[in-house]
Design a protein around this ligand. Structure first.
Ligand code: CS2
Length: 503
């Protein structure tokens, strides 16, 4: 979910489609599942079976199924059935292709047994989630899928899907609603709960999803709410792998390398990281054997990743889009952008992190290298989506810490200004920007009222309390810095503003 290019796929008549029966036709140098797929059984339900999950958790699980065959995944899509449509004719099989300057390395993944469409197969999905064989329900539903207020991390009780789910608790639409209904069925049947594992880029994702799901459960039934709060484990995670959305050109590359047609292969980078809080009362796969780090407290890792990687990404996305770049690697080809992002991390983010034992300078240098990966083709527009849900944990938390310590926010505030300039919906050439964001309509109305008056644009957007909370609107340093950058963005444009800021 959240990774966007639905396959517009017409099977070629001459080439075999990837499937259980065509595995033998795949080029011999391509890695295939190392276990008997007929012998694996589901232990995990994953909500939001998009590109990210298929390049990340599903690969770790694929590494483990040989020794632990009862942990296969059943995926569910909550919004669109397109992943199901692509994978069903392929028996759940798909290709992950790792790309960098040295080449493209495909591998066939078999850990996803099947995909259910939550809209048309809701009962099957809930029944499976309620059955004792499922011991983990994991999620990648993107930030907005949690139906919460991003500034406070609390359930948004006025969210239309939550209003729906409270009125129709046994036929829910939202991810929190699905979790509550499945947990309610287990509670009623006396079955131990599954662990709920968020793999989204939310701050304190375990604690946040626990707060949201317990609250929704308690609105339904106080006793259920207490049981969820007391008995359900919500391990936190830090997840990291860059996964651009798949294009038709990618499909052709993968077909040429494997010799079979895959309707929805996933392209990704060599790097992958997964830090997991070890809290699975009902058991878990030996994720550490596949390279994950199991820790007691995941929050320092999360904060580091959200502020360093994602904070840089968002800053680069809004400025890069305005400057006319299409891919992250294009922006990284401009030395002024590299200097800005390096300075952002070194001068403004790293001093806010407390990571004994981690070489933050090395982490930063590795990030710069990952961003520059010329083979990845990571579209800036993809990162620019849903900024209202992303800014709090990527930039605003760092800004708050620095303001409280009396430290400068020159580059961080440029990221915020670029977002404000971007969500106006008109680029530097006067063309429309396709702004995808749950708050897009409200933001564009604010922008239309403000015109190109930086002060008015700032005042209007900073009033979105679900993004900025109730403290930043009145902070004079924050206001002055953002407005000054906005002034420059209107005046000389993003590319020149970046050059001026890096000096
Ligand atoms: C990106 C992330 O789209 C975005 O907002 O910043 O998806 C990023 O690529 C991943 O978090 C990397 O782990």
């Amino acid at each position: 979910e959240g990774h966007y290019s639905a396959p517009d796929f017409e099977p070629e008549t001459l080439m075999t489609r990837l499937s259980a029966t065509s595995l033998a036709a795949i080029s011999p140098d391509i890695a295939l599942p190392a276990y008997d797929r007929a012998a694996i059984t589901p232990g995990i339900v994953h909500l939001g079976i998009g590109a990210f999950h298929r390049a990340h958790m599903a690969v770790y699980v694929d590494d483990l199924l040989k020794d632990q065959p009862d942990w296969a995944i059943v995926g569910a899509s909550l919004r669109r059935p397109d992943t199901k449509e692509a994978l069903e004719p392929q028996d759940g099989l798909y290709t992950v292709a790792v790309r960098d300057a040295a080449g493209t390395h495909p591998r066939v993944i078999g850990s996803i047994l099947k995909v259910l469409d939550a809209n048309s197969e809701r009962e099957d999905l809930l029944a499976l989630m309620a059955s004792p064989q499922i011991r983990i329900v994991s999620l990648t539903v993107t930030e907005k899928g949690y139906c919460h207020d991003p500034a406070t991390g609390e359930l948004d009780q006025r969210h239309p899907d939550i209003v729906h789910d409270l009125a129709n608790p046994t036929a829910p639409k939202s991810a929190p609603g699905m979790l509550v209904e499945a947990l309610a069925r287990r509670h009623a049947a006396g079955i131990t709960p599954f662990a709920v594992m968020s793999c989204d880029n939310l701050p304190s994702n375990g604690a946040t999803v626990k707060r949201i799901v317990s609250k929704l459960a308690s609105l339904r039934d106080a006793a259920l709410g207490e049981w969820v709060a007391d008995k359900v484990a919500f391990p936190g995670t830090m997840v990291d792998r860059i996964v651009p959305s798949t294009t038709d050109a990618d499909r052709e590359i993968v077909a040429a390398l494997t010799g079979v047609e895959d309707a929805w292969p996933i392209m990704t980078e060599p790097f992958t990281q997964w830090v997991i809080e070890d809290d699975f009362p009902d058991g878990r796969p030996a994720f550490e054997k596949a390279g994950a780090q199991l820790v007691e407290d995941v929050e320092p890792f999360e904060r580091m990743k959200l502020r360093m990687l994602n904070g840089s990404h968002s800053t680069m996305a809004y400025l890069g889009y305005l400057a006319g770049h299409e891919y992250v690697s294009d922006a990284m080809g401009d030395p002024a952008f590299v200097a800005l992002i390096r300075g952002l991390m070194t001068e403004e983010v790293m001093p806010t992190l407390d990571m004994p034992g981690t070489d933050l300078g090395a982490y930063r240098d590795q990030l710069l290298e990952r961003f520059a990966n010329p083979a990845l083709k990571h579209r800036i527009w993809q990162i620019a989506m849903d900024g209202s849900q992303k800014l709090p944990q990527r930039l605003l938390g760092t800004i708050r810490d620095r303001l409280a310590a009396g430290q400068g926010i020159e580059r961080l505030s440029l990221g915020v200004a670029a977002w404000m300039r971007y969500v106006m919906g008109i680029d530097e050439k006067g063309e429309n920007i396709d702004v995808r964001d749950p708050l897009a309509i409200r933001m564009m109305a604010i922008a239309a009222g403000a015109g190109s008056d930086p002060e008015a644009l700032f005042e209007g957007l900073v009033g979105l309390a679900e993004v900025f909370g109730d403290d930043l609107a009145d902070n004079e340093v924050f206001g002055a810095d953002v407005v000054e950058h906005l002034d420059s963005l209107f005046d000389v444009g993003a590319a020149e503003t970046v050059r001026e800021v890096v000096g």
